[in-house]
Design a protein around this ligand. Structure first.
Ligand SMILES: [Zn+2]
Length: 94
């Protein structure tokens, strides 16, 4: 069984490349919005996180299509993270 957890160091390097100091680590949770580097074929750059685990499930806000991809691949494509406000966020909001 070849189980490798790749992408950890790469994720940190990506973050320092961004240089914004906004996140120290990728803390992506369900309900967060992601702005991706590559746009979806429909033209939208924004996705909503439906599942955040080893694999991510994200939904395009433009066309509603759901995409599933490995965490490392997802993190590489993230340009910006818009966290869902936790304090006021109603659990049934999404
Ligand atoms: Zn789309």
């Amino acid at each position: 069984m070849a189980f490798l957890s790749r992408g950890g160091k790469r994720a940190f390097r990506l973050l320092s490349d961004l240089g914004k100091g906004v996140w120290r680590e990728m803390d992506i949770r369900v309900g967060d919005r992601l702005q991706m580097k590559k746009k979806h074929p429909c033209g939208s750059f924004e996705f909503v996180v439906l599942r955040a685990g080893m694999d991510f499930k994200i939904q395009c806000t433009g066309c509603g299509r759901v995409v599933e991809l490995p965490r490392s691949k997802c993190e590489k494509n993230i340009k910006k993270l818009f966290p869902l406000p936790r304090e006021e966020g109603a659990p049934g909001g999404l």
